[in-house]
Design a binder for this molecule. Structure first.
Ligand code: 13P
Ligand code: SF4
Length: 370
């Protein structure tokens, strides 16, 4: 992950009202030349400046639609800014206000590990393996999938992309999130026994050639450090305490949690489920705390709380702060593009193949309902 040097202390010491006023003044001055995108997990203090908010899929679609914008300020994490750079034309400069806003899950699949896994898996079986990467991955991993007849997916269209993959070949390598892969494949009727887990820290992923031959889906041993904090015991506890409460979780949660939940779906799916529920509805939600708290504030007529008793916070997303937003805009106004996220042309070309397949396989998301 690139290093973010400290920004001048004057920014962190500034009164938050002044910081917000100066960011708004920049937005006015830049007009349509500047687009600010914000992921739903972002803190409200940052999201208030976003022209568009969304989950990974929606923000990718919005980035791809930008015409006339010169600068995209991405209030999300590194892989999202990379995707925006890949999906926009070369004249658009994508900025990540704090370079240390990475994603621990994306870091769990380095391109050299993926290449090593591919050599082993393709030598182990004569059947065609289609590599599918969750959008939460490095551009180099997306490019690998593009170069090997594979695709990208998000939590909002993982099922459609997996269905597409099984029309292209007999097996799927799903990376880097084992949970999204397992939950999606299971919802499609693939049994757990037909899935193998590849551990990049073990020789040959800890698998025998026979296990690869037997598997329909090979899952990469990666996870989200936020969503893995939700447990089946928390579901049992809510059920015992509040039988009317519905449990709604993100598919990055463990399979055992998704099994116990009433519904599972992407961030946008979670938003729509709560919005569409009747007054007095009661929800326990298994996803990032900023989104859960925002939903609770937006729906005072409903009970919305986190499934976990502790704060499940995406600490890297949280690094994007109003002082960092202002600092990057001040530098931009002074003619200096700081923290530009720029993917090299070859990686861009191949990653675009994978991302285009992701964007082509979009339809209203079915819930994983029990
Ligand atoms: P979505 O935005 O696809 O719901 O994914 C959640 C997430 O973990 C983003 O990093
Ligand atoms: Fe990565 Fe999880 Fe944070 Fe999403 S919530 S950016 S997957 S660590």
């Amino acid at each position: 992950m690139p290093y973010q040097p400290p920004i001048p202390a004057s920014y962190t010491a500034m009164d938050p009202v002044e910081t917000a006023d100066r960011i708004r003044a920049h937005k006015k001055r830049f007009g349509r030349r500047l687009v600010i995108l914000g992921h739903h997990y972002q803190q409200d203090d940052v999201l208030q400046f976003a022209d568009f908010t969304g989950d990974s899929l929606k923000l990718s679609q919005i980035a791809a639609e930008q015409e006339g914008a010169e600068f995209v300020l991405f209030c999300g994490v590194h892989f999202m800014a990379e995707s925006a750079d890949i999906l926009t034309d070369d004249s658009v400069k994508v900025i990540l206000p704090d370079l240390s806003a990475g994603c621990s899950m994306a870091d769990m699949a380095a391109i050299d590990q993926v290449e090593e896994a591919w050599d082993f898996l393709t030598a182990a079986t004569p059947e065609k393996i289609v590599p599918i990467t969750y959008v939460n991955s490095a551009a180099s991993v997306k490019a690998f999938c593009g170069a090997h007849d594979g695709a990208c997916c998000t939590s909002g269209n993982a099922r459609m992309v997996l269905e597409w993959a099984f029309r292209q070949g007999e097996k799927v390598l799903f990376l880097p999130d084992q949970h999204l892969g397992r939950n999606t494949a299971y919802a499609m009727g693939i049994s757990l026994a037909d899935m193998a887990l590849y551990d990049p820290h073990e020789p040959d992923g800890g698998l025998t050639a026979g296990e690869v031959v037997a598997a329909k889906v090979v899952l990469w041993k990666g996870h989200c450090s936020v969503h893995q904090l939700f447990t089946p015991a928390q579901c049992d506890e809510i059920r015992a305490r509040d039988p009317e409460c519905r449990i709604l979780v993100h598919p990055e949660c463990d399979w055992a949690v998704v099994e116990k939940a009433d519904l599972a779906g992407s961030t946008e799916y979670i938003l729509r489920a709560v919005e569409g529920s009747p007054p007095q509805a009661r929800w326990a939600i298994g996803t990032e705390v900023h989104l859960v708290e925002r939903l609770a504030a937006q729906h005072p007529d409903k009970t919305v709380r986190s499934l976990a008793p502790m704060q499940c916070l995406c600490t890297t997303m949280y690094r994007i702060s109003p002082p960092h937003v202002l600092w990057s805009l001040d530098r931009l106004a002074a003619g200096e593009v700081v923290n530009r996220i720029s993917v090299d042309p070859r990686t861009k070309r191949l990653a675009l193949i994978a991302l285009d397949r992701m964007l082509a396989n979009v339809s209203p998301e079915p819930a994983t309902a029990k």
